[in-house]
Every structure is written in structure tokens, then in C-alpha cells.
Write a protein that binds this ligand. Structure first.
Ligand SMILES: C[S@@+](CC[C@H](N)C(=O)[O-])C[C@H]1O[C@@H](n2cnc3c(N)ncnc32)[C@H](O)[C@@H]1O
Length: 256
């Protein structure tokens, strides 16, 4: 079809103009998953740490106190400009940014001591290729942590979740199930250390506003929610206003 953009351009269109909203976002700037990642950085005390798909930079800010250097990577130049500005305001001078695709990191083999990624992998075009490149830049024995929304696994719940995610954001690719994550991590050369489950309440209004989802697609989400089978309504605890509870997981792995 003529005039269609590749996924990377769609992601840049979706996130670039919303950089300030992602820096300010309450869901992104706090949460038990962020603290869980920071604890692992504190334990690792890396010389060089990497934040894959940094968005507004909250993982980078959280791990910076424990790292010699943090490299925040993102496809969106505008997002990284906001990260540079915020890091400066926070007095963090060990944070660098790189505009890149996580499938082709501009870093040498075994040059990184710790990698983290949060709420980004569900946009990646090729999870396996991204995990392989992350493994390439990590030194053997280094820790990596990946946290993201996950599919509850059963087809009924999975279809509901991916449908509302795609309606909200056309650059959504997939919330993987925990089993899919574990298989992909192991295939990329990581040994699993821990899987931590989180549940996150998503407030409909800020969720929609942050992504500036157009009204027709907001209505489609509400319509799907209104007609959701009882199993989905209960699992996601769908509220009157469209708010719902999302399954998330963190994976701590070691490069082997
Ligand atoms: C929801 S934001 C990330 C939130 C952030 N990590 C946090 O914890 O607050 C998703 C980010 O992933 C980035 N992204 C998506 N696909 C990417 C890719 N293939 N390579 C690099 N960055 C990517 C987007 O540009 C966007 O800034």
C-alpha cells in the first residue's frame, strides 16, 4: 500500500512529539518495577550501563547513582533530547544518549556491564534480534533486566489485551507472555535468574492522553471493553471509566 511508513517511523511519530508527557508520566516515573531494576543496578555497580528504549529516561535516572556511565538508547531523537535536558536538570552528568534501533546497538562487543529495558520491548519489531544484540554488547556474566507488560497467556485474554493496545497505539507490536520471554531470553544466550510479576492499574484518561489516541479509536476501545466477556472483564478488572489492570513482569538474566 502506497504512503505507508515502516514501524520505526511510526514509533518516532508516536513517541517524539510526546516526549514531555513520557518524562512527566506518573506510571513511568515510579513503580515497584522501577525500584526492582534499580536494586539490581545497585547490586551490579556497573561501569557502563545501558537503557534500551529509554523513552523519558526513568530507568536511566534510577540506575545512574550506581553506574559509572549510563547510555540511554532510543529510536526517537526528540525523546533523547528530553532525556538530556532532564538529566541536566537533575545534575546527572554521567548519562549519554544514542539514537539507534535496539537491533543494532552502536556499542562494541562485551563493552557493557549492565543492561535494562522497561516498557519498550512490546514495540520492538524483532525481539529475538534485539536480545541477541543486547547479549553481544554485554560482557559474559553481566546482568540484564527486562520489564514490560505481559500477555496473561490464554487466547481469550491475550486477544483482548493486544486489541486494546493496538487501538491505543498503532506502533504496538506485542505484549509477550512470560513463557515467550523466557524462551527468547534463553535463545539469545541469557540464563534466567528471576521472574518477578507486577500488576499495574492503568488509569484510562492519562493512558489515552499520553498517546493522544484519536476519539474514534478511544470509542473502539471502550466498545471492546463494554462487550468484553466476563473472563476478560474480571481478569483485567475493567472499570466503568475504562481503567484496567495490566500484567507486567520483570526478567533478571545473566549473559552466558
Ligand atoms: C513507553 S516508552 C519507554 C519508557 C521508559 N523505558 C520508562 O521506563 O519510562 C517506549 C520507548 O521505546 C522506544 N523504542 C521502541 N522501539 C524501539 C527500538 N526498536 N529501538 C529503540 N527504541 C525503541 C520508543 O521510541 C519509546 O521512546
Amino acid at each position: 500500500m502506497a504512503g505507508k511508513k515502516p514501524l520505526s517511523a511510526l514509533i518516532d511519530d508516536q513517541f517524539g512529539p510526546r516526549a514531555a508527557a513520557y518524562v512527566a508520566s506518573a506510571v513511568h516515573s515510579s513503580g515497584p518495577d522501577l525500584a526492582w531494576i534499580a536494586e539490581r543496578a545497585e547490586r551490579a555497580r556497573p561501569q557502563v550501563a545501558l537503557d534500551l528504549g529509554s523513552g523519558g529516561g526513568h530507568v536511566s535516572y534510577a540506575i545512574a547513582p550506581y553506574a559509572g556511565r549510563v547510555v540511554a538508547c532510543d529510536l526517537s531523537e526528540q525523546m533523547l533530547a528530553a532525556v538530556t535536558e532532564t538529566a541536566r536538570a537533575k545534575g546527572l552528568d554521567t548519562l549519554e544518549t544514542r539514537v539507534c534501533d535496539v537491533r543494532a546497538l552502536p556499542l562494541g562487543d562485551a563493552s557493557v556491564d549492565f543492561a535494562a529495558s522497561r516498557f519498550s520491548a512490546h514495540h520492538w519489531q524483532d525481539l529475538d534480534a534485539a536480545l541477541r544484540d543486547c547479549r553481544r554488547v554485554l560482557r559474559p556474566g553481566a546482568t540484564a533486566v527486562f520489564a514490560d507488560a505481559v500477555s496473561p497467556g490464554t487466547p481469550l485474554l491475550d486477544t483482548h489485551l493486544q486489541a486494546i493496545e493496538l487501538l491505543r497505539d498503532p506502533s504496538h507490536v506485542r505484549d509477550y507472555a512470560i513463557e515467550e520471554w523466557v524462551a527468547a531470553l534463553q535463545a539469545a544466550g541469557f540464563a534466567l535468574q528471576e521472574v518477578k510479576r507486577f500488576r499495574l492499574r492503568i488509569d484510562f484518561k492519562p493512558w489515552i492522553e499520553r498517546m493522544q489516541t484519536p476519539p474514534d479509536r478511544q470509542r473502539a476501545i471502550r466498545s471492546l471493553q463494554a462487550q468484553a466477556p466476563q473472563e476478560a472483564a474480571t481478569h483485567f478488572d475493567i472499570g466503568e471509566d475504562g481503567s484496567y489492570t495490566l500484567d507486567c513482569a520483570g526478567f533478571e538474566v545473566r549473559a552466558v
